[in-house]
Structure formats: C-alpha cells, structure tokens
Design a protein around this ligand. Structure first.
Ligand code: HEC
Length: 131
C-alpha cells in the first residue's frame, strides 16, 4: 500500500471517530466533571447503544445483551460487565476505551465519543438503575 493510502485510511478513522451522533453534553459541559443530571437508561443510554449499533451484535443473539438493564448486568463472557458505582473498573467502559485487556475496542469500527462514555459512566456511578 502507498503512503498516501495509509494517510487516507488514517484520516477516515480519525473522521469516523469524531462524528458526533447528537449526544451533546448539556450546555457544553466539559466531560470530566461530575454529571449534573440523572442519567436514564431508556432515554440516554439505549439511544447511544443504538446509534453505535451495539445492539446489532449485543442483542438477543447470545452472549452479552445490552438491550435492557437486567440482561446487561447478567450476560457476557466476563459478566457482570458493570460494577455498580465503579464505572472505571467496569468492563463495559474499559471495552470502549480499549483497555479491557482482551478482544478489541468497542465498537469495533473505532472510538465512541468521549461524551457518550461520560454519560454511560455517570449512569453506572449513579447506581446503574433500570430507569
Ligand atoms: C460488529 C459487532 C459488534 C458491535 C457493533 C459491538 N460489539 Fe461488543 N463485542 C463484539 C464481539 C465479537 C465481542 C467479543 C470479542 C471481544 O471481546 O472483543 C464483543 C465484546 C464486548 C464486550 C465484552 C463482553 C464480555 O463479557 O466479554 C463488551 C462490554 C462490549 N462488546 C460492548 C460493546 C459496546 C458498548 C458496543 C457499542 C458501543 C459494542 N460492543 C459494539 C461485537 C460487537
């Protein structure tokens, strides 16, 4: 492959990784301060999983199932993938950061937006409620 095509591919992944899927922080909030509002699984988290097509691979087809809170907490080879109250220690977050130590980064196409990870982390730290 030519040097140019490597640059092209790198650019593609960079751009893809930066696509904002509409899950903006409330009023431009920086991602690393405590999340100010209650995060809802139905209203906030499930749309992120749908936008990034997580459910296509992690639905009712065996293995980890992210389509509802009960299944999310009780399925997967490394279950439970969430430790309630400890987002950074949870495999779900580690997989999206590429630090789980097994398999590939999730989603496999590339990095999810930092604000989406912040929201999912906040949900876990707020008790990973079925809300
Ligand atoms: C194209 C299919 C595909 C998509 C899309 C996908 N995953 Fe995965 N996921 C896999 C496969 C295959 C594995 C097992 C291999 C591995 O760990 O990398 C896996 C493993 C995981 C695991 C570890 C489960 C365990 O118990 O071992 C987590 C957590 C996870 N994915 C979360 C996500 C999240 C969150 C998204 C969306 C942001 C996502 N995945 C999108 C295919 C997918």
């Amino acid at each position: 492959m030519t040097k140019l095509s490597y640059i092209f591919i790198a650019k593609f992944f960079f751009l893809y990784g930066c696509i904002d899927l509409g899950d903006n922080p409330p009023e431009g909030l920086p991602p690393n301060i405590p999340y100010p509002t209650t995060v809802s699984f139905q209203k906030d988290i499930l749309p992120i999983f749908n936008n990034y097509r997580c459910i296509t691979c992690h639905g009712d087809n065996g293995g980890l199932n992210l389509s509802n809170v009960n299944k999310l907490k009780t399925t997967g080879d490394h279950k439970p993938v969430v430790i309630v109250g400890d987002a950074e220690g949870s495999i779900l977050i580690k997989k999206m950061r590429g630090t789980a130590g097994f398999g590939t980064i999730m989603p496999p196409e590339g990095m999810i937006s930092e604000i989406s990870i912040t929201k999912i982390s906040a949900w876990i730290n707020q008790g990973a409620k079925d809300n």
